[in-house]
Design a protein around this ligand. Structure first.
Ligand code: GLN
Length: 535
């Protein structure tokens, strides 16, 4: 059976929530018994998101197979509750470097290598390969950026060609636009949508469906006007209005008959069992609501000016909160501004230190970890938060003067955290960290074992530094337990302090495997501890 494609393009401006629309459409089709997946095209020139600043671009999402991806991949995983491989995040650099390498090998047999057909063929091949390899019924492909961007042109051209080659019964274009309400009367403006569709048609793409972002539901008369100017029938113009949870978007689209309309366009009506199975999903969506009680968490980190920098951590806390029936209020605290002023952290039920890189703000994190330990406040340290908790323990409990991570202070006399040995020869920054899922052995009779209820777990990683085993005996003697290790005991993965209410550090990133309805265990245990600590 041939895979059907749904191509999602974006108009008017960025940040409209194309990722959520793509995930929601895929979710609806999954609920309607289709084997689906999502692909994200990022037209920027970076090879992957790994080298990008999270404050400018949002979190780097790590896949099981070690991809450093755009954060939309995280959305897809959370909506679909399935792992997405790194091949599903396509960038300009990946396409061009493949074509250039093939040219150097002489594979183009003397031809002049051009954007059309060589670059567009490479794009099409990648998309088709994913569809074939994974035997998908439907593949949703989201093209990043906004129509009119120079970078996205070759990608849109490739998508246009797929439509011509496979036919309209196999390919649908969905365009995400905006209908802003400007004045006090709140009239929904259609001009930006008109222009953006014109731009799309100029490059040969007539959208089949429009999902229009708006603050309140799109009025019938607005739909009619948009329809008239865009050549999209009224029933194919969808209101995508604001809701309190992104997980409600599939329902909104379903209520406007989206599944039926897609199935009709694909000629699937009568051929597939279209009765969506909503029960499980609805109970998950309904669990994400306002509860009576709230757990107050301080999130102390480096990239706090953009909430998207730690989007998976935020989600993971929400999933865990829903599972214990509590709201989670997260206060972001810039570790750089904390220095010396720890007292305000005492007002929180729990302290979380997420991942991070570099020297700036690290002293504040070390002091935070020490404060949490001394004041018996539940602490969850993730990656950098694990490493700097070890540094704090080294300095304050083991008496190791100037203890540090060599990432922060390369000349430290006590390198409690040091470069992974295999990293010493690595020169390139991109794609060279210890990445992706690795098996971890969990020690029985430990907090970690209580948390995970298993002797073996597999978790995603993204780091270059690790606990220096030279110091392990000293740490154990002073009351720290290393309750998770990997690579036959070579690497420390989990630390805990049994005499503490909840002091838990993990070298891996638990946030990437948390899903709505299936919270990651460390987050759940942390929130349980924090809520029993509630002030
Ligand atoms: N900077 C640290 C390292 O490279 C931690 C990385 C992280 O928190 N993701 O090991």
């Amino acid at each position: 059976m041939q895979t059907k494609f749904i191509f999602i393009t974006g108009g008017v401006m960025s940040g409209l929530g194309k990722g959520v629309v793509s995930s929601s459409i895929a979710k609806l089709l999954q609920l309607s018994n289709q084997k689906v997946s999502c692909v994200k095209i990022d037209p920027y020139l970076n090879y992957d998101a790994g080298t990008m600043n999270p404050v400018a671009h949002g979190e780097v999402f790590v896949t099981d197979d070690g991809g450093e991806c755009d954060m939309d991949i995280g959305n897809y995983e959370r909506f679909l509750n399935q792992n997405i491989p790194k091949s599903h995040n396509i960038t300009t650099a990946q396409i061009y470097s493949n074509v250039i390498e093939a040219e150097r090998r002489g594979e183009y047999l003397g031809a002049c290598v051009q954007i059309i057909p060589h670059i567009t063929d490479e794009i099409k091949n990648r998309i088709r390969k994913i569809a074939e390899d994974e035997k998908l019924d439907i593949l949703v492909v989201e093209c990043g950026g906004t129509v009119g961007d120079i970078e996205s042109l070759p990608f849109l051209e490739a998508l246009r060609q797929i439509r011509t080659e496979d036919g309209p019964e196999n390919v649908i274009f969905v365009h995400v636009t905006l209908a802003p309400s400007l004045d006090v009367v709140g009239e929904q403006k259609t001009k930006p949508t008109q222009h953006s569709v014109q731009e799309l048609r100029r490059i040969g793409i007539q959208p089949d469906l429009l999902t229009v972002r708006c603050t309140s539901p799109l009025l019938e008369k607005t739909k009619k006007k948009i329809s008239m100017f865009t050549n999209v029938s009224v029933k194919d113009v969808f209101s995508c209005h604001d809701v309190d949870s992104i997980f409600k978007v599939p329902q909104i689209l379903y209520d406007q008959d989206l599944v039926n309309i897609i199935f009709k366009k694909f000629g699937m009506v009568g051929l597939v069992n279209a009765s969506a199975n909503w029960d499980k999903w609805n109970s998950i969506v309904n669990s994400i609501k306002k509860y009576e009680k709230t757990v107050n968490i301080a999130m102390v980190g480096k990239y706090v000016t953009l909430t998207d920098s730690y989007v998976s951590v935020n989600h993971a806390l929400k999933h865990a909160g829903a599972s214990i029936g509590k709201n989670v209020s997260i206060e972001w605290i810039d570790s750089e501004t904390l220095d010396g002023n720890m007292e305000k952290l005492g007002n929180f039920d729990g302290i979380l230190v997420p991942g991070g890189f570099g020297t700036r703000g690290s002293e504040g994190i070390i002091k935070t970890a020490n404060f949490a330990r001394e004041k018996n406040i539940p602490y969850l340290g993730i990656c950098f938060g694990f490493q700097l908790a070890a540094v704090a323990f080294g300095r304050n409990v083991c008496g190791l003067n100037g203890a540090n991570s060599t990432e922060v202070d390369p000349k430290t006399t006590n390198p409690v955290i040091d470069l992974l040995p295999e990293q010493k020869a690595v020169a390139n920054m991109g794609g060279s960290l210890r990445l992706g899922a690795n098996d971890i052995n969990v020690k029985e009779n430990s907090l970690a074992y209580k948390v995970y209820n298993s002797k073996f777990i597999s978790k995603r990683h993204r780091h270059r530094f690790e606990f220096n085993k030279k110091y392990i005996d000293m740490f154990i003697e002073k009351g720290m337990v290393f309750s998770g290790e990997s690579d036959n005991g070579k690497r420390m993965e989990i630390l805990e302090i049994p005499s503490h209410k909840f002091f838990f550090g993990v070298q891996f990133h638990p946030e990437f495997s948390s899903r709505p309805g299936f919270p990651e265990e460390a987050f759940k245990a942390f929130l349980e501890a924090a809520s029993s600590n509630s002030k």
